[in-house]
Every structure is written in C-alpha cells, then in structure tokens.
Design a protein around this ligand. Structure first.
Ligand code: ASP
Length: 351
C-alpha cells in the first residue's frame, strides 16, 4: 500500500481542552493516535505524522503557508507517498483550491480533512474523517487535491464550507462527489482527474500580488468600488447577483470598472448564489459588466476563483493572459462553457 504522510497544520482536530476553551496542543494528536487501536489497523496504509510549529487556527493562514505546504507535499510526492493535510475547517476550501493550482500534474492524492470537534472529544468526527482521508491518500488512481469531510469526498477546488457547526460542513455545489464513503469506499473513475504524463510541477506565488473580493449589494457606490480598485490592487472577484448581474443603469459604477480593467486590473464575475454559475450573455445587466471588461468566473466557487487569480497573476505575463486563463478550466475548478439552456439557441421541442 502507498505510504501516507500526514501534514498537520492545526485546526480543531489538533486542539485540546484548556481553561479558556479549545486550543492547539503540540504532540497531542500523535499521543491520541498512538492510543487508538483503529489507527494501528493493518488495513490502514503506513503513515507518518509531521506537525507544523506553531499549530494554527486556519483563520490565521496566509498564502505563504500554502506555498510551504505545496513544497512539503512535493517532497512527499517525490518519495511516492500520498498526503493528508490536517487543517482547520474555516479556510480549508481556500487551501484546497490554492494547492490544486500550485501543484500541477499531481500523480498521487492530496487529501485535506479536519473536524468540527477535537480528536479527543467523545463525539468527535475527527477519527472518521482521518481514517477516510488515510485510506483515500493511499489510492493509486486519485491524482488530485481532495477534501474529505462528513462522509463526503469532494474535489478540493470545488468545495466550500456551508455549515459553521454541523458535521457535514462542506458542499460541492457545482460538481458531483468524487465517490461515496458508506459501507464501501467507492470512487467514480469518470469524475476524477486523468493521470498526467508530465512530472509534478510546483508553482510559486508572488508574495506582492494584491487581490480582493467585493460583494455587490443594492446601493453599492462607484466611489466605494473605485477605492477598492485603486493601485496596488491587481485582481478583483466581484460577487454579483444570480447569473452574473449588476446594476447596469449605474454608468458611474460601470465606468469605474471599465477604467480599472483598462489599467490592467483583472475583474472576475462570480455569482453570490451557492449553486449554478455566471452567464454574462444571459441578461443585459450581465452583458454590461462584460462590456466593462469583466470576465466570467463561470461556476467557480469564490475560493477557487480567488486562489486561481492569485496564481495566474503570479505566473502569467500580463493581464490579458490572466483573463484568458481565468475563463479556462485548469484543474477541474470550472465547468467548460456551454450554451445556456434558458438563453441559448436551443429550438423548442414540438409537442
Ligand atoms: N477555527 C477553526 C479553524 O479553522 C475551526 C475548525 O478547525 O473547524 O482552524
């Protein structure tokens, strides 16, 4: 069986009770795993545990931590090992997406998991999540970043946190589960990334890249948006209404977007809706944004769109190249464009 390296960044899974509430305690997870017979089971792959110092609440993670993780995963990859990343749930979907972009041509699984209750608590979801993650990280035909949580197996760059306290904390609204974790562990081969021919390539993020996210709301002013779009901002995710709509009658706001785009700021349209995606040709309110230079984020999650933007601004030569690549599917993070069923040219069926 493929060996597995566990990289523990922190999060609730590595926390212990203290007089002030749960807090990360170094070495605690290793102690608990050594005492738990489930983690000595012969059907589990052989694994080693590396704990980062300090263990972090994922709310304090930054892009430089993604870079460190990418490098450590690449080292494990070179040794032929699968990787489990133990991570807080709060920003797990961002890290999963960032790793998918940073690690091109993965041959082995990278599985992120964590828990809503610490490993040592009576009703903890941690043992189940970690056991499933270990089994998946040892799989021979899973060459991608996966997020495993609450008995679900999700593509990392499609996942988003949807529940602050429930055990089913993540969803993948626009891509089906990669498999099932019921009585059997099943993977659906036709939903997985293909095994790459080329060797693994680890990309680097430029630490000076500046990106942001703004959510449209009724009454948003051009002045507010202009402030956000000021230099040194290089890329913005604009969370719009429904299928990618904004206030198309607000010429000041559209002018602000257009001037920013002309200056080289890459503005990406993502929907505020949990499910479905952007179709900038669907409504006049969306096509006005397209004319202002805004590119479609399709059905990407905001986490995927933001980390992809950071990645492309770090690796592509200019804003137009970033815009073009944002609209491509690089790691299975977006559904390739197809005519919209409500606004396309499909002939009505004859009854
Ligand atoms: N705040 C914690 C974190 O993200 C929550 C968790 O682990 O579930 O690190």
């Amino acid at each position: 069986m493929r060996p597995v390296r566990i990289l523990a960044t922190g999060g609730t899974i590595a926390m212990a009770p203290t007089p002030h509430g749960f807090a990360p305690r170094p070495g605690y997870l290793e102690e608990l795993l050594a005492q738990d017979p489930r983690f000595q089971h012969p059907e589990l792959p052989p694994f080693t545990l590396h704990e980062y110092t300090p263990l972090m609440d994922s709310a304090t993670m930054r892009p430089e931590h993604w870079q460190t993780l990418a490098q450590d995963i690449a080292a494990a990859h070179e040794d032929g090992a699968g990787v489990v990343v133990l991570h807080g749930t709060d920003t797990m979907a961002y890290t999963a997406s960032a790793l998918a972009f940073l690690l091109e041509n993965l041959h082995h699984p990278v599985v992120l998991t964590g828990s809503q209750l610490p490993m040592g608590e009576l009703r903890s979801d941690a043992p189940d999540n970690l056991l499933a993650a270990l089994l998946l990280a040892a799989q021979p035909h899973l060459p991608e970043v996966v997020l495993v949580f609450g008995h679900r197996i999700l593509r990392g760059c499609r996942a988003t946190k949807v529940d602050a306290s429930g055990f089913m904390a993540f969803d993948s609204p626009n891509y089906p589960d990669l498999g099932t974790l019921g009585v059997r562990l099943t993977l659906f081969a036709d939903r997985l990334r293909p095994m790459p021919q080329a060797p693994l390539r680890v990309h680097s993020l430029n630490p000076h890249t500046q990106v942001g996210v703004v959510r449209l709301f009724p009454g948003i002013s051009a002045a507010f948006l202009a402030n956000v779009l000021r230099s040194p901002l290089q890329g913005l995710i604009l969370e719009t209404y429904g299928m990618g709509n904004g206030p198309s009658d607000d010429t000041a706001l559209l002018g602000t977007l257009e001037r920013a785009s002309r200056r080289g700021v890459v503005v990406v349209n993502c929907t505020q809706c949990l499910r479905g995606g952007v179709d900038q040709e669907g409504y006049a309110t969306g096509s006005a944004l397209a004319r202002a230079g805004v590119v479609s984020g399709g059905d990407m999650t905001v986490e995927a769109a933001l980390t992809k933007l950071l990645f492309l601004l770090s690796t592509e030569p200019n804003a137009d190249a970033v815009r073009a690549r944002m609209e491509e599917d690089l790691r299975g993070e977006r559904t390739p464009a197809h005519p919209s069923p409500t606004h396309g040219t499909v002939e009505p069926a004859h009854l």
